[in-house]
Design a binder for this molecule. Structure first.
Ligand code: ATP
Length: 439
C-alpha cells in the first residue's frame, strides 16, 4: 500500500515534469530541496486557480476588496503578531546521521527512524521565519523577515483599505501572495515547501456576530472547492481541538483532502477574534476601533480568516484529476482536470498533413485562440496526439478530417468519455465557452 502510494506520487511527479507542469528548481545545478518551478502548463493552471479564487472572493462580491502588500514588512510587525516569539516548531536532530524531524512527527520514538541509533537530541524550538538584511550592513538593526503569511499585510492596511474604499463592517480584504517558512520537514512534492503562495481573506465583523460569519465562510469555502470540481468524497472538515488552536484563534476548522499520503490540511478557517487589530493598535498607537451609527459602541472588529494555499490547491487539483486508464494504450495516464481549471482548453489537429486540412485547422486555431488557451498539433498519429493531450489534461480535441471540406464540420473528442461528436466549425467557440468558462 505504502509503495503504491509512493509510486502514484512518483508517477504524478514525472508526468508533471514530462508535460511541463512542475520542475525541480534549479535542476541543472542538482535542484534545491523542496523548491519547485511551474512550467508552461503549471503556470497556466496556477493562474486559473488564482483567477477562480479572486473572482469568487472579490470581483463577484461587493463586500471584499483586494490587496497586494509587500513581502518585506517592518520587522516590528512580526514581534506584534507573535511570530518572533511563537512561530516555532520543535526540532529533533539525529547526532549520527544528521536527519532532522519535527518533534510532533516522532512522538514516543527513541531511535532515529533513519539510522536506527539511539542518537536523537532533545527537542529544541526552531523559528520558521526566514531572516535577511535590508541595505548593505548585515547587523541586527537591518534584519527583516520574509513574510511567513500574507495576513499581516492585510491587518496593517485595515485602516487604509477601510478609508479609501469606504467599506462598512462587515467587509473583507483578500490577497494572493508568496509566503516563506523554513519548514523542518518539507516534502510530498509541492505539498509542503519553503516558498509558497497563499490565498487569504480576512473578514472584519461586529464581535457578537462571529458565529454567524464563521459558519457563512465555512460554507462559502467548501462550495468553492465543489465549484473547482474537487471530488466531494475526498474532502472533509477537521475541527481544531483545544490543544491544536493557534494562540490567536477562538475557533478553527480545516478543510482536508485525502491525498495518497493521507488526510491533510488544504485550508484553514479561523475565528481570530480582535487579537490582531488589538495587538497592532497597542504597538502603534493607531486607533483600529470602528464606529458607525448602526452600532452603539466603538469596537475593535473581530476577524474571520479563510487561509488557503495556492500550491496545495494545485496539487489537490492534480491528484484529484490523475487517473490511469489501461484502455488508452501504453501511455495510460490521464489528467481529468475540470474544463474550468485545465490549462489548455482545446487542441486542434489536422487528421493528416495534406488535402488542405492543416490550413483549415490553423484557421480554427487562430480564431479560437482569441478567446481560449488552445494548442495546435499536427505531429504524429492522432492516437498519440490524443494521448499527449490526455496527459496534459486538455478536455477537448478538435480534429479536421476528410468530411470537413464538404460540410464545415469537425470532430470533438471528449477526454473523459473518449467519445467523438461532429460540430459545425462556426459553433466551436460557443461549444467551448459554456464548458470552460468560470462563472
Ligand atoms: P500545516 O499544519 O500544514 O503546516 P498550517 O496550519 O501551518 O499548515 P496555515 O498557517 O493555516 O497552515 O496556512 C494556511 C494555508 O497555507 C495552509 O492551509 C496551506 O494550504 C498553506 N501552507 C502553509 N504552509 C505551507 C507550506 N509549507 N507549503 C505549502 N503550503 C502551505
Amino acid at each position: 500500500m505504502a509503495n503504491n502510494t509512493q509510486d502514484k506520487m512518483d508517477r504524478l511527479n514525472s508526468l508533471c515534469k514530462r508535460r511541463g507542469y512542475v520542475f525541480p528548481s534549479s535542476e541543472i545545478y542538482g535542484g534545491l530541496n523542496s523548491c519547485w518551478d511551474y512550467g508552461p502548463l503549471g503556470a497556466e493552471l496556477k493562474r486559473n486557480i488564482k483567477t477562480f479564487w479572486w473572482e469568487a472572493m472579490t470581483n463577484r462580491r461587493d463586500d471584499v476588496e483586494g490587496l497586494d502588500a509587500a513581502i518585506l514588512m517592518h520587522p516590528q510587525v512580526w514581534v506584534t503578531s507573535g511570530h518572533v516569539a511563537e512561530f516555532h516548531d520543535p526540532l529533533i536532530d539525529c547526532k549520527i546521521c544528521k536527519s532532522r524531524y519535527r518533534a510532533d512527527d516522532i512522538i514516543g520514538v527513541t531511535k532515529c527512524p533513519k539510522c536506527g541509533n539511539e542518537s536523537l537530541t532533545e527537542a529544541r524550538q526552531f523559528n520558521l521565519m526566514f531572516k535577511t538584511f535590508m541595505g548593505p550592513v548585515e547587523d541586527s538593526a537591518s534584519a527583516v523577515y520574509l513574510r511567513p503569511e500574507t495576513a499581516q499585510g492585510i491587518y496593517v492596511n485595515f485602516l487604509n483599505v477601510k478609508n479609501s474604499s469606504r467599506q462598512k463592517i462587515p467587509f473583507g480584504i483578500a490577497q494572493i501572495g508568496k509566503a516563506f517558512r523554513n519548514e523542518i520537514t518539507p516534502g510530498n512534492f509541492i505539498f509542503r515547501t519553503r516558498e509558497f503562495e497563499q490565498m487569504e481573506m480576512q473578514y472584519f465583523i461586529y464581535p457578537s456576530e462571529d458565529e454567524k460569519w464563521f459558519e457563512y465562510w465555512r460554507e462559502q469555502r467548501w462550495n468553492w472547492y465543489m465549484e473547482l470540481g474537487i471530488n466531494k468524497e475526498k474532502l472533509r472538515w477537521h475541527e481544531h481541538g483545544k490543544d491544536e488552536l493557534a494562540h490567536y484563534a477562538k475557533k478553527a476548522f480545516d478543510i482536508e483532502y485525502e491525498f495518497p499520503f493521507g488526510w491533510k490540511e488544504l485550508e484553514g478557517i479561523h475565528n481570530r477574534t480582535d487579537f490582531d487589530l488589538s495587538r497592532h493598535q497597542e504597538a502603534t498607537g493607531k486607533d483600529m476601533k470602528y464606529f458607525d451609527e448602526r452600532f452603539t459602541e466603538k469596537f475593535v472588529p473581530y476577524i474571520i480568516e479563510t487561509s488557503a494555499g495556492c500550491d496545495r490547491t494545485l496539487l489537490t487539483v492534480l491528484v484529484d484529476a490523475y487517473d490511469e486508464d489501461p484502455s488508452r494504450g501504453d501511455k495510460s495516464a490521464v489528467l481529468k482536470l475540470s474544463p474550468k481549471s485545465a490549462p489548455i482548453k482545446a487542441a486542434i489537429f489536422p487528421l493528416v498533413k495534406k488535402d488542405g486540412m492543416p490550413e483549415i485547422a490553423e484557421k480554427i486555431y487562430s480564431d479560437l485562440k482569441k478567446k481560449f488557451k488552445v494548442f495546435y498539433d499536427a505531429g504524429g498519429s492522432v492516437g498519440r496526439r490524443y494521448a499527449r493531450m490526455d496527459e496534459a489534461g486538455c478536455p477537448y480535441c478538435i480534429t479536421v478530417d476528410g468530411q470537413t471540406k464538404d460540410d464545415d464540420t469537425v470532430t470533438v473528442r471528449d477526454r473523459d468519455s473518449m467519445e467523438q461528436s461532429r460540430h459545425k466549425i462556426a459553433e466551436l467557440a460557443d461549444y467551448l465557452a459554456v464548458r470552460v468558462q468560470v462563472g
